[in-house]
Design a binder for this molecule. Structure first.
Ligand code: NAD
Length: 328
């Protein structure tokens, strides 16, 4: 049994991680600025909830205390809609918040697992990306890159604390994780909600872009491996499916699994969002490192993951009532 803190534990990935840590018998403290959804937290017996912002060292110190073994640092401002609406918050939470987490972990002797992102690689066309692939980003005038840049700084901070201060840490770069509970501003969650409401899902620019969608249970398996195995100490890993798929095909599959009939519509992003809108053509991880060092690879097919997500959504009507953000 370990004593663990999950920052952002009331969010999508964080809440699934808490479920799994509890099943392992770990003692779990959730640190988050938002309340857990009552439907999710009702089964969290014994979890200590600490409310606060990672930007406040004092509030964070109530969770990251001496005796904590691992801090899974997931708190972040996530989603393209939010990068566009609140770029300052994105930077503050990812930079200042991560620095506070690392600082407290150094003082208390905890290991840190930093949740990072495939956005880090930006528009690098040379897929699949190994962990040390180049980062190719657009102009700082486009707010969407605030997330990529701030997560890159969070990674630099983490490597700096490891090399200069002797902190023990690992970094996970998630690639398009989807599944039950995800906020409705991402392709899969938004399309599932729309299709179940009888509305046509929306793709951008005919949905030609490709992604590697990673089912939440697979992402949690990898997170636990990274958090608990000494082979992961000091390392960063790409965590994602190797199955590259066009967004148009994902949406068609969702519509088919929901029962068909609603079709889908495409919007032209230049017309809708203006010339400064930037998207990525392909996003594909090379996951050879995480397989070689930790034996992890994603095992849930897209069809199976979508079936599970749709089944869960049908059983949880509260989730279908979430408001849909404008862009993302
Ligand atoms: N979902 C993905 O596909 C994906 C991909 C790449 C990286 N990630 C990373 O994984 C982590 C979790 O992402 P998610 O999809 O679960 O997002 P999420 O938005 O569902 O969860 C984030 C959680 O962080 C909390 N939070 C935000 N600001 C905070 C603050 N200042 N102090 C304390 N808590 C705060 C939110 O309340 C929320 O509960 C993030 O670090 C994200 O960057 C996710």
């Amino acid at each position: 049994m370990a004593r663990v803190v999950v920052t952002g534990g009331n969010g999508f990935i964080g809440s699934h991680l808490v479920d799994r840590l509890l099943r392992r018998g770990d003692e779990v403290v959730v640190f988050d600025s938002q309340e857990p959804h009552p439907q999710i937290a009702s089964s969290w017996e014994g979890v200590e909830e600490v409310r606060g912002s990672v930007c406040s060292p004092d509030q964070l110190a109530a969770a990251i205390r001496p005796g904590v073994d691992v801090v899974y640092h997931l708190a972040a401002v996530v989603g393209v809609d939010r990068y566009l609406a609140s770029p300052l918050d994105v930077i503050d939470v990812n930079f200042t918040g991560t620095r506070n987490v690392l600082d407290l972990a150094e003082r208390t002797g905890a290991k840190v697992v930093l949740a990072s992102t495939s956005e880090l690689f930006g528009k690098n066309p040379a897929v699949p990306w190994k962990e040390d692939a180049d980062r190719i980003l657009g102009t700082t005038e486009a707010d969407r890159w605030s997330y990529s840049s701030s997560k890159a700084l969070a990674e630099h901070l983490t490597f700096g604390y490891m090399r200069q201060r002797g902190l023990n840490a690992s970094i996970i770069r998630y690639f398009n994780v989807y599944g039950p509970r995800q906020r409705v501003s991402f392709l899969v969650s938004r399309s599932v909600v729309r299709a179940l409401r009888g509305e046509a899902p929306v793709v951008y620019d005919q949905g030609r872009q490709t992604r590697c969608f990673t089912y939440i249970d697979d992402a949690i398996d990898a997170t636990i491996e990274v958090g608990t195995r000494s082979e992961a100490d000091g390392e960063c890993f790409n965590v994602g499916s190797s199955d590259e798929v066009a967004i148009r095909d994902v949406v068609d599959l969702i519509v088919e699994l929901v029962g068909g009939g609603v079709g889908s519509t495409s919007i032209d992003t230049q017309d809708e969002f203006g010339a400064s809108y930037q998207d990525l053509d392909r996003r594909v991880p090379d996951t050879g490192k995480v397989f070689a060092q930790l034996g992890w690879k994603s095992s849930t097919s897209l069809r199976e993951g979508l079936e599970r997500t749709i089944r869960w959504a049908r059983e949880n009507p509260w989730w279908l009532e979430q408001p849909e953000p404008n862009a993302g």
